[in-house]
Design a protein around this ligand. Structure first.
Ligand SMILES: *[C@@H]1O[C@H](CO)[C@@H](O)[C@H](O)[C@H]1NC(C)=O
Ligand SMILES: *[C@@H]1O[C@H](CO)[C@@H](O)[C@H](O)[C@H]1NC(C)=O
Ligand SMILES: *[C@@H]1O[C@H](CO)[C@@H](O)[C@H](O)[C@H]1NC(C)=O
Ligand SMILES: *[C@@H]1O[C@H](CO)[C@@H](O)[C@H](O)[C@H]1NC(C)=O
Length: 477
């Protein structure tokens, strides 16, 4: 790689060794002020205790180190000041230090990725020095790294003499780190607690900008970790196809940087903390079968996450809105479709409206993960953007997408002729619902059984406050 300083560039195979030999400072530590979240007014210089006092470092408070990622511009991106502000908003007496490694990060990606280790080591020396000088318990230190910065945080944590309290990885970079040994990337070994948000784990040609594999104690994949609502990804993927993986478009930035904004949201909107749920994979989550909170299966997204230190690489999922506050309300709907005659598998369009004590959410589409089979219970995930309170009633509508096929016509005519209107119809008698956010389980029954005809909207009212035990014991699908 090339090592560039004012005055010229040197080429070397082992850039780390060169840094060590020249003992070049690659990271600067700017203690930002709540009143000037955007300005670097005071640097803490390792080895100079006076700089701590000069910057009014509070050695009894929480200390955050915000670590940026790869940069083309060589300038801080706008999220940095927003995150600094949000941290001070939540923790007024904290020390929020922005680590500036811009000169090492403004390089070819591959060089910048190699530099993460050197920068991490330097931050580790800074942490050791802070600990020696101020006796600050390292439990108070929280490193927050975005993209390449997440791996910088990992190296800092693993090279520090004692373990820091927490590292938060915000969409840790994938290229050059995916599949690498735990020592060469962010891993749960790097801090007492490592939590990770994955927001852009899809690129092209098997390469993804954010790392796909879990690398923390708890790894949260909002919206499956791939496509974030509100970001125009289609355009972005086309650009990547045309200009390569590192064509950083606004949309790519939107997906990748969403991790930062989810974290900022969790700092600012403490009362509206989004929940994530442990699940084997995103497909299962999308069927709504992972909304349980038993045995710490659910957790808060972002700053207020509970530390689950025993586990490693726990994968959790959540859905979000397109903008702040990002949290949504998750529901599992278990619906048994029955019919007197065995109908071939169907792909109807299903719509649900929910009515609760605080409001309603109407005409929500139930996304089919499989075709609907006769006499089978299907499970769905449904989300609402607003809090509708306790569910009181719901409306359910079934529309056959190929409604005017010849066989359906024939069926309609024959049922009209025979006067037996519901001979071949699918019926739904009960809908069982689990609300993720409240953990309530309810059963809804058809309000007027006589009028049950799924082709129209059918109203369901609450008939039981909890699921019957023998129903919940049926093997989960
Ligand atoms: C330092 O932080 C502690 C809380 O962490 C706070 O009680 C104290 O007032 C702070 N000191 C100063 C000088 O702000
Ligand atoms: C579905 O179940 C109902 C009630 O158990 C039964 O009457 C009906 O015959 C079943 N349908 C088929 C196609 O087996
Ligand atoms: C309905 O028919 C399919 C085959 O077409 C069969 O696999 C399924 O078990 C049948 N279901 C019922 C409830 O009889
Ligand atoms: C569920 O269990 C209760 C008793 O615990 C029993 O009376 C009922 O018939 C069972 N229902 C089904 C569908 O098995």
């Amino acid at each position: 790689g090339y090592l560039c300083k004012p005055g010229g560039c040197v080429w070397t195979k082992n850039i780390n060794a060169l840094y060590e030999i020249l003992s070049i400072t690659v990271a600067k530590f700017s203690l930002r002020k709540p009143s000037h979240p955007d300005d670097d007014l005071c640097y803490i210089v390792p080895g100079k205790p006076d700089s701590l006092a000069a910057c009014t470092f509070n050695s009894t408070s929480k200390t955050f180190l915000v670590i940026h990622g790869w940069t083309l511009s060589g300038m801080f991106e706008s999220w940095v000041a927003k995150l600094v502000s949000a941290l001070y908003d939540r923790e007024q007496t904290a020390n929020v230090i922005v680590v500036d490694w811009l000169t090492s990060a403004q390089n070819h990606y591959v060089v910048a990725a190699q530099n993460t280790k050197t920068v991490g080591r330097e931050i580790a020396r800074f942490i050791d020095w802070i600990e020696e000088t101020t006796n600050m318990p390292l439990e108070n230190i929280h490193l927050i790294g975005y993209s390449l910065g997440a791996h910088v945080a990992g190296f800092a944590g693993s090279h520090a003499t004692n373990k820091v309290g927490r590292i938060t990885g915000l969409d840790p970079a994938g290229p050059d780190f995916e599949g690498e040994h735990a020592h060469r990337r962010l891993s749960p070994d790097d801090a007492h607690f490592v939590d990770v948000l994955h927001t852009f784990t899809r690129g092209s040609l098997g390469l993804s900008i954010g790392i796909q594999q879990p690398v923390g104690h708890v790894d949260i994949y909002p919206n499956g970790g791939s496509f974030q609502p509100g970001c125009n990804l289609r355009g972005a993927l086309e650009k990547i196809a045309n200009f390569g993986l590192f064509a950083i478009t606004d949309a790519v930035k939107c997906e990748h940087e969403r991790s930062v904004h989810l974290f900022i949201d969790s700092l600012l909107n403490e009362q509206e903390a989004a929940k994530a749920y442990r699940c084997g994979n995103n497909d299962m989550f999308d069927r709504g079968i992972c909304l349980s909170c038993r045995k710490s299966r659910c957790n808060a997204v972002g700053y207020d996450i509970s530390k689950v230190r025993k586990a490693r690489n726990v994968q959790m999922y959540t859905k979000t809105r397109a903008s702040m506050p990002f949290r949504v309300y998750h529901y599992q709907l278990k619906i048994h479709f029955s019919s007197k005659v065995n109908r071939s598998e169907l792909e109807p369009s299903l719509t649900v409206s929910l009515y609760g004590t605080k409001g309603e959410a109407e005409n929500l589409e139930l996304k089919l993960k499989e075709k609907i089979a006769t006499n089978k219970t299907h499970s769905f995930l449904l989300v609402t953007e607003k809090d509708i309170g306790d569910l009181l009633m719901l409306k359910f509508k079934w529309e056959e997408t190929n409604g005017w096929s010849a066989s359906n016509m024939l069926k309609m005519v024959s049922s009209w002729w025979s006067g037996d209107s519901d001979s071949g119809d699918m019926e739904v008698h009960k809908i069982r619902i689990r609300a993720g956010e409240t953990q309530q389980k309810m059963v809804f029954c058809v309000k007027d059984p006589e009028a049950q005809k799924l082709t129209q909207e059918v109203t369901f009212v609450k008939c039981k406050d909890t699921w019957r035990t023998n129903l919940t014991q049926t093997p989960k699908r």
